[in-house]
Write a protein that binds this ligand. Structure first.
Ligand code: G6P
Length: 619
């Protein structure tokens, strides 16, 4: 999750830009850089690692005699924090990027999906690239279209790009202008007195101005010290209202949401998009070459073992269905704290997957080490670069959810699930277990998930709030599901107990009659995951059994099954349709919200529940 800050105005802006980047650090990054335009030349500094490395690099420039950045009074510039997607973590791959003459500089968030074909075209035309990134293409494209008007050149470049991204461009011949474009990734304008900011999030400039203008998808914006011009991709002018942000500093960090957890729930469409998009380069191909597993190694996998803790374990349970169904490789699951102590039978034809968002959970690390010592190939799925898991594993698959501050995992969970979907599909494709057109179908569904997650939040939020109001004083919540719905229930119940402290249990619905049914009476809310699946009818029968005991059924169904589900439930919530294996990533959203609103009604601190702490990466 990269960060963008741009400034044009009357003040020297280098330190304003770095201060803006500091406010975006929470998104996570592995390198940073800035470009400043002064006296007809643009100078850039980039550095791997955190912002103190960037500051040191700026200071070094002074020693090298290149005063433009170290001593600058430049009043226009761009800055960026990068989280590597295309290309390794190197200074060359850090932003800003430029064309070979250094006339156009750009910073970009997100992913340009058609970067390979554009790069080929540009190379054929004689362009030379200095990085491995998809972002650099945008600088070259703008240069290709530039005929004196920066906005026109940006518009022409924008028309050639596919993907989800936002970028800002600066040209050496336009010392009073920045041009930005938005396509799915956020970009917002800060309007000051004789100065204007363009950033990926409001906190980047909130210390300087509280006056903002929003940029919508598909819009191009040209800013000067005293001007803002918003146009559509086709060039039509758009009027835009000015808004005043009333957030205090704390609220600003939370992006205007009351809590980090709520902010992170809302970041899930972005987090999942970042995790999947560039790994799906073609309509019918998953690319996980980053795992550095040879074709022979993939063909030789006899069994997969997944080890994880807490929410990450639930992500693994969802992944098991995807891997077994698509790739036909048997998958075993274990909580890492048990696996490490049971002298497991594991060896060289096993692929052991450790799932850990922090990359630092001791039990998961120990389980991974044990498996590796016994000859298994160990793959880590993690959200944190440089974490211990990345050092202990043979292969690493990063989720790209950005830093998660709330202790209860939300966006890291959905990103983990998305990453395992990719893995399952890639294994199936590599082992020839799935038809090409089925891969294409599933890829189309995967790409639609970020949008559908956003729709799920929007469609269910108010309704869940009302449901929480009717049950928050309950003494016990039961969650029932079958098959692919079971891990969703386990995760829903975990969220509920973790942040609302209400005892909650999750059960395979078919097991209910073997004991848990004794818990049911008119006071028990029973959450049933009844989304589209091969066992939906059986879940409906279980719901009838629950209602026969007088308990309230809260059902999570799939849109289109309103009649069927509505008849069998007291309250029902519906998530968008998708392939049944992918349903869990949508079905979990209302359960995150249910736990959230229940805890809020009980006036609890959802970001920092009692007795719980987030595992943090040890430097
Ligand atoms: C803690 C957190 C959980 C998390 C678990 C595993 O218990 O409260 O939300 O799922 O650790 O963390 P990991 O970083 O390994 O995914």
């Amino acid at each position: 999750m990269c960060g963008i800050v741009g400034y044009v105005g009357g003040r020297p802006c280098r330190d304003l830009l770095i201060a803006g980047l500091e406010k975006l650090e929470y998104r996570g990054y592995d390198s940073a850089g800035l470009s400043l335009l002064e006296d007809g030349r643009i100078d850039s500094v980039r550095a791997v690692g955190n912002l103190s490395n960037l500051r040191a690099a700026v200071a070094e420039r002074r020693d090298e005699g290149a005063v433009a950045v170290a001593e600058t009074d430049a009043t226009i510039g761009l800055a960026h924090t990068r989280w590597a997607t295309h290309g390794r973590v190197t200074e060359e791959n850090a932003h800003p990027h430029s064309d070979e003459e250094g006339d156009v500089h750009i910073v970009l968030n997100g992913i340009v999906e058609n970067h390979s074909e554009l790069r080929r075209e540009l190379i054929a035309e004689g362009h030379e690239f200095s990085s491995e990134t998809d972002a650099e293409i945008v600088a070259h494209l703008i240069e290709r279209h530039y005929e004196g008007e920066l906005t026109d050149a940006v518009r022409a470049a924008y028309a050639e790009l596919r993907g989800h991204y936002a970028f800002v461009a600066m040209h050496v011949e336009h010392p009073g202008t920045l041009v930005g474009a938005r396509h799915e990734c956020p970009l917002v304008i800060g309007v000051g007195d004789g100065e204007t900011f363009l950033a990926s999030a409001i906190p980047a400039f909130l210390r300087e101005t509280r006056t903002v203008m929003q940029i919508e998808n598909g819009e191009i914006v040209t800013i000067g010290p005293d001007s803002v011009d918003v146009t559509t991709a086709a060039g039509e002018h758009r009027d835009r209202d000015i808004e005043e942000v009333t957030w205090d500093e704390d609220e600003a960090e939370r992006g205007g949401y009351p809590t980090f957890m709520m902010k992170e729930i809302h970041e899930q469409p972005d987090a999942v998009a970042e995790t999947i998009t560039d790994r799906l380069p073609e309509v019918d191909e998953v690319d996980l070459s980053e795992l550095e597993l040879s074709a022979e190694q993939v063909a030789g996998i006899r069994r997969i073992v997944i080890v994880a803790c807490g929410t990450s374990y639930h992500a693994g349970l969802v992944g098991r269905y995807a891997i077994e169904t698509w790739a036909r490789i048997p998958v075993e699951m274990d909580v890492a704290s048990e696996y490490r102590y049971r002298d497991p039978v594991v060896g060289s034809d096993d692929l052991v997957i450790g799932i850990t968002q922090s990359g630092e959970t001791a039990d998961t690390l120990a389980a991974m080490r044990l498996a590796r010592e016994r000859g298994a190939h160990v793959l880590a799925i993690t959200n944190v670069m440089g974490s211990q898991a990345t050092r202990d594993a043979d292969s690493v698959l990063f989720t790209r959810a950005g830093l998660e501050i709330g202790v209860a995992a939300t966006k890291t969970f959905t990103s983990q699930v998305a990453a395992i979907y990719l893995l399952g599909l890639w294994l199936a494709q590599s082992r020839g277990h799935i038809a090409r057109d089925r891969v294409a179908e599933l890829i189309a569904e995967l790409k639609a998930l970020p949008r559908k997650i956003g729709e799920t939040i929007e469609a269910t939020d108010q309704h869940v709030r009302a449901i929480a109001r009717s049950h928050y004083d309950g003494r016990f919540f039961l969650y029932l599901g079958r098959h692919i719905g079971l891990p969703v229930c386990l995760e829903g119940a975990l969220k509920m107990k973790e942040i609302s402290y209400i005892p909650s249990d999750a059960y395979a619905a078919g097991e209910m009659k073997h004991g848990p049914i004794a818990l049911l009476d008119e006071t028990t809310p029973v959450v049933c995951v009844a989304t589209e699946s091969p066992v939906l009818e059986k879940v409906l029968s279980n719901m009838a059994e629950v209602r026969a005991r007088g308990a309230d059924v809260i059902a999570i169904g799939t849109q289109g099954s309103e009649l069927e589900i509505g008849d069998s439930a007291d309250q029902a919530l519906f998530v968008p349709e998708t392939d049944w294996i992918l349903q869990p990533i949508l079905a979990v959203i209302p359960l995150q919200l249910l736990a959230y609103y229940t805890a809020r009604l009980l006036e609890l601190n959802v970001d920092q529940p009692r007795n719980l702490a987030k595992t943090v990466t040890v430097e």
